[in-house]
Design a protein around this ligand. Structure first.
Ligand SMILES: [Zn+2]
Length: 146
């Protein structure tokens, strides 16, 4: 288990990111794939691309990548809101004009699919409480700046 920056993918220390739904899902999928492979085709394990092997790394944003992180997170949030709003409008229209439960449900599915469109822009958020702790911990050893 290593501490890896989510932007530059190097083993560096930094501010930890949140284990959110997307990261947890990716971990679960990786674990599933690795589990099935180990169980039914252990010989294939060494052919499994590194990206599919659960690393359980601690994900952080290193100091050098903080600017890039802010940009990527901002882009993701913008797209999530954009696609979310679009999906919500379509859902609302289907509920208002469709007036059937089936269409309302279909609208909800559209809403979820629209949210998935933001996924390619996905970038995790920083864990604020842990970030504060890390900052505090890092400050302990150093003398305070004037
Ligand atoms: Zn980095």
């Amino acid at each position: 288990m290593a501490i890896v920056c989510v932007v530059c993918h190097q083993e560096k220390r930094g501010a930890p990111v949140n284990d959110d739904l997307v990261i947890r899902s990716i971990r679960r999928i990786k674990k599933g794939i690795a589990g099935i492979t180990t169980r039914y085709a252990p010989a294939l394990m060494r052919f499994l691309p590194e990206h599919f092997v659960p690393q359980n790394n601690t994900l952080v944003v290193c100091k050098d990548c903080m600017e890039e992180h802010k940009k990527r997170r901002g882009d993701f949030e913008k797209n999530l809101v954009r696609f979310g709003a679009l999906g919500f409008i379509m859902w609302a229209l289907l509920v208002l004009f469709g007036r059937t439960l089936a269409l309302a449900f279909f609208g909800f599915v559209i809403f979820l699919v629209m949210l998935l469109f933001a996924l390619p822009y996905y970038h995790p958020s920083l864990n604020q409480t842990m970030t504060a702790e890390v900052a505090k911990g890092a400050g302990k050893g150093k003398k305070t700046k004037k």
